[in-house]
Ligand binder design. Structure first.
Ligand SMILES: N=c1c2ncn([C@@H]3O[C@H](COP(=O)(O)OP(=O)(O)OP(=O)(O)O)[C@@H](O)[C@H]3O)c2ncn1[C@@H]1O[C@H](COP(=O)(O)O)[C@@H](O)[C@H]1O
Length: 106
């Protein structure tokens, strides 16, 4: 996924917070509050795990897209967007997970 589609989605998701739930799936999620958003996020996580366990490549891609999408909705609920997460990944880039863990004394 390119950063461009993430940025475009961020913009749409921010707009949809004020939209009518009758016209917008995202607005419907926000209308249900954080509990509804987190329930969907958990479902999509489980569905991604099942797809991976089954080794179904089309389903893995589709479910991972659902998982990423609902993660973006969750970020939007908190007034965040993909930019913060991408910046964190950028900050971590090249930093070995083993070295990072050792630096925390583990
Ligand atoms: N990328 C997505 C996207 N990915 C998945 N989904 C929806 O996420 C839901 C996934 O839930 P499930 O797979 O469990 O399917 P379901 O059984 O129909 O879901 P529920 O009835 O349980 O909610 C489906 O309703 C999908 O349509 C998405 N809905 C919207 N977007 C993007 O968000 C934008 C705004 O959407 P609206 O708010 O609907 O205008 C769209 O233009 C798209 O760019």
């Amino acid at each position: 996924m390119s950063n461009d589609i993430l940025r475009r989605l961020d913009g749409v998701l921010a707009e949809r917070r004020q939209a009518d739930p009758a016209d917008s799936y995202v607005a419907g999620l926000h209308a249900g509050g954080i509990d509804r958003i987190l329930r969907k996020l958990g479902e999509e996580c489980t569905e991604t795990v099942v797809a991976s366990k089954n080794g179904e490549c089309d389903a893995i891609v589709s479910e991972t897209a659902d998982l990423w999408f609902h993660s973006l909705v969750m970020l939007s609920h908190h007034g965040l967007d993909s930019g913060s997460v991408l910046a964190e990944l950028e900050r971590r880039f090249g930093l070995s997970g083993v070295a990072e863990k050792a630096a925390r004394g583990k």
